[in-house]
Design a protein around this ligand. Structure first.
Ligand code: SF4
Ligand code: SF4
Length: 163
């Protein structure tokens, strides 16, 4: 079964993501943003014990759940204080928008035999809809749920920080 594949390392080098998303309620906040936020907290965040990002948040939107930071999209006012407080650059500006579109992996389009809109409109090649065995990259691959595979430099593993 084909899965959504995101080369997050490639994503990080680009500041001009203009993929389109089929989530029609907030067309300027594409669902890929919410996936990028999840990936950043899973693999780029160093899970600091004193978590300055959480401490600085004025609305208590950031919390640590099962060792991983989570942002409440209802509480977050997108003030970017957490971005400034993070010493590692984990939280980049565009992954913490005030209004967030949610990725449903284009379930409706898949039922109609179409592929996700972000894949069609991605010009950089960082997003693919692909069989797992066809993924050319062989290192730093991680599965998130049943339908998403990410290529990502895993700071926790690489630097022996696994928590
Ligand atoms: S951007 Fe959101 S999560 Fe970050 S400090 Fe501000 S309110 Fe909290
Ligand atoms: S300050 Fe940065 S690296 Fe530390 S827990 Fe917060 S987001 Fe993660």
């Amino acid at each position: 079964m084909k899965k959504l594949f995101i080369d997050f390392d490639m994503c990080l080098k680009c500041s001009n993501c203009d993929v389109k998303c089929s989530y029609f309620l907030h067309p300027k906040n594409n669902g890929i943003t919410s996936l990028r936020e999840e990936i950043a907290f899973l693999f780029a965040c160093r899970r600091c014990e004193n978590h300055p990002c959480i401490n600085v948040c004025p609305t208590s939107a950031l919390k640590r759940e099962n060792g991983i930071n989570k942002r409440s999209r209802f509480l977050c006012i997108s003030c970017k204080s957490c971005m400034l407080a993070c010493p590692f650059g984990t939280i980049i500006s565009d992954i913490i928008p005030y209004i967030t579109g949610k990725c449903d992996l284009c379930i409706g389009r898949l039922k109609e035999g179409e592929i996700p809109l972000c894949v069609i409109t991605s010009k950089c090649g960082a997003i693919k809809f692909i069989e797992e065995e066809e993924i050319e990259e062989k290192e730093d691959l991680y599965k998130i749920g049943e339908n998403l595979i990410v290529k990502c430099f895993n700071y926790l593993e690489k630097y022996g920080l696994k928590k």
